[in-house]
Design a protein around this ligand. Structure first.
Ligand code: ADP
Ligand code: MG
Length: 598
């Protein structure tokens, strides 16, 4: 209940009170006319407001907050350009199935079509992009409409929801008689959880028992569902090997002997029955198709969304619809007394591939050349971080984005607990790194924190950023500093996208464009040579380190970890490689043609 002294006098107070009633602890956004008063009223009643430097970043932060807490992240923006910037977060929420409630202001109702300030028809814009898109037509409707949008964002398959708030509804004073009518005080319980069809369940149990090479795939849906206990139990009980997706890492500890991440290719090529838990057969999973996967494999999908069943290589007839935590507990019961034989040929094949690939990574980390390689830089950072905070405690939450930076770091930093790794995700969104770090800091470390994972109550948030990725939301360092967030950021700086620029790497500044690659100028993936990104932290009240050597990197990591302000460690690594940039996840039409001819 809101305190009596805060009794509502405008729509803004009603909106703030409704959010508080829905247990919203934080709003991500940028204020301006007409939404400022909503943020002010929310702060007055104990809801934290985190003001960003661009709505795009604010909307990304809200999506990650939704993922980490299991409740919609709330984002508040102005109309027109504010909404357009926040559409980025709507797309991100939709692609990743993260729950998001976007609230925006808009012009007074009577000014519609007159060319008013920041006028846009946001409901029309966002209706096709969201699960629900609403514009209340009276102050009385505010609580129920906001509550409906909030509920819709996270009940069923999570995604984005939108409420447009006209200025007159926000700002007009309410007649004291009308306040009495606004009695709606919404309370929304956790999302209802459904179990799978028992008949199908026993069919799946039989299929698993008959498999020669079963494999469990753990997607980020399992992390979102907070199903780690049931899944760990199932993995131990059945002895089936498992493969986590990039953000499914940690749902079962990476150190678990059944983890076949380092034998990923062999595991996918050989599996005959794949139990897909909260993961989609999209590009991240190579559509479940050959040649990455065994063409004969049967994919049993466990998902909260029936539309997902049968997509690409999915086996719709044996899909299990329901909450993954509930379904996996059912499956544990159905498979009681059975486990996959760990001495099989398949298991040995996996063990061999693991050993080989782990040796290759070990060798890569021993290339001690300067400028540093990715592998060497990451191994220095990892060794220092693990000394300060062993993975078993779950004391670090990693955020990673970029191309090589994200892909290479993924396998190097192990996780023992879920929801401690955020990356560019299904949408491969660049610019999420700093906003996600802010969301993670708020979710785990704020006085009103709403997320948890592992024994460590507080997490050091460590963002590992490509230099290009960092640039998309770099100014959010100021947000971190202002909000007292001690995030440790590494900018893995190769002076460009992918491998960085090659031939022209040393021609810095004005001269660079003129001299690089003869008359053609800089390549499209070139960025400023050895740009001093760390100074941005210094400019905002944080600390910056510019490092080239292993010793400098180790020192900066230790000091950066201990600092209580945001830190940017600008790590200069090898720049440039003559070959064209390539993207390992994609099967190009050419490659596909070659494959289909095999
Ligand atoms: P990844 O990128 O890790 O492969 P995806 O985002 O592709 O993961 O897939 C996550 C899936 O998890 C989505 O299809 C979503 O519907 C599903 N999901 C979300 N919550 C639950 C839940 N509680 N139970 C089962 N499935 C869920
Ligand atoms: Mg780069």
């Amino acid at each position: 209940m809101a305190p009596q002294s805060q009794s509502p006098t405008t729509g803004a107070s009603i909106i703030a009170r409704t959010l508080k009633d829905l247990s919203v602890a934080v709003i991500f956004g940028i204020v301006g006319v007409p939404v400022s008063d909503i943020a002010e009223q929310a702060i007055n009643i104990g809801v934290r407001f985190i003001g960003f430097r661009n709505e795009q970043a604010a909307s990304y932060a809200a999506t990650a907050y939704g993922y980490l807490t299991g409740r919609p992240g709330v984002c508040l923006v102005v109309g027109g350009p504010g909404v357009l910037h926040a559409v980025a977060g709507v797309g991100n929420a939709s692609a990743n199935n993260f729950p998001l409630l976007l609230l925006s202001g808009s012009i007074e109702t009577h000014l519609v079509t007159k060319g008013a300030f920041q006028e846009t028809d946001s409901v029309s814009l966002l209706s096709p992009q969201t699960k629900i898109s609403l514009r209340p037509s009276s102050i009385e409707m505010l609580p129920s409409m906001i509550a409906n949008a909030y509920r819709t964002a996270f009940y069923g398959r999570p995604g984005p929801a939108f409420v447009d708030l006209p200025a007159d509804l926000i700002n007009d004073p309410i007649d004291p008689d009308d306040i009495e009518n606004i009695s709606d005080r919404p309370k929304i319980s956790d999302s209802p959880k459904s179990a799978a069809d028992p008949k199908r369940l026993s069919q799946v149990a039989s299929l698993l028992k008959s498999a020669q090479a079963p494999l469990i795939v753990l997607g980020k849906g399992t992390a979102y569902a907070q199903a780690e206990n049931a899944i760990q139990y199932f993995v131990n009980q059945t002895s089936i090997p498992f493969l986590p997706s990039p953000m499914g890492k940690g749902v079962v500890p990476d150190s678990h002997p059944q983890n076949v991440s380092s034998a990923r290719s062999v595991a996918m090529k050989t599996a005959d029955v794949v139990l897909l838990l909260g993961a989609r057969l999209n590009w991240i999973m190579h559509y479940g198709e050959a040649p990455k996967w065994n063409a004969e494999a049967k994919f049993v999908q466990v998902d909260i969304s029936s539309e997902e069943m049968g997509r690409n290589a999915g086996y719709a007839e044996l899909s299990l619809l329901g909450d993954v935590g509930v379904v996996i507990t059912q499956l544990s019961q159905a498979l009681k007394g059975w486990s996959y034989s760990t001495s099989s040929d398949h298991d040995q094949q996996l063990a061999k591939a693991k050993q080989k690939n782990e040796h290759i990574s070990w060798l890569a980390a021993r290339d001690t050349s300067i400028p540093l390689t990715y592998a060497y830089a990451f191994s220095i950072i990892k060794t220092a971080l693990h000394t300060l905070s062993p993975p078993s405690t779950g004391g670090i939450c990693y955020v990673a984005e970029g191309a090589n930076t994200m892909d290479i770091s993924r396998s190097i930093f192990p996780l023992e607990h879920p929801r401690l790794r955020l990356d560019a995700g299904t949408f491969a969104t660049m610019g999420v790194g700093l906003p996600y770090a802010i969301a993670a800091w708020q979710a785990y470390n704020a006085p009103n924190a709403q997320a948890s994972s592992g024994p460590a109550p507080r997490k050091k948030i460590v963002a590992i950023e490509g230099d290009s990725a960092f640039g998309f939301s770099g100014m959010e360092v100021e947000t971190m500093a202002r909000m007292g967030m001690d995030v440790l950021i590494f900018v893995i700086n190769n002076s460009g996208i992918y491998f960085g620029d090659s031939d022209s790497a040393e021609d810095f500044g004005v001269k660079r464009e003129k001299t690089a690659r003869g008359k053609q100028g800089l390549r499209s993936w070139a960025l400023g040579f050895e740009t001093r990104y760390e100074k941005l932290a210094e400019a905002c009240g944080g600390v910056g380190y510019f490092v080239r050597s292993p010793e400098e990197l180790e020192k900066a990591t230790v000091e950066g970890f201990r600092a209580n302000v945001p830190v940017i460690v600008n790590v200069i690594i090898q720049s440039g490689k003559v070959e064209e940039p390539s993207f390992g996840w994609q099967v190009t039409p050419k490659k596909r043609e070659k494959v289909s001819r095999l």
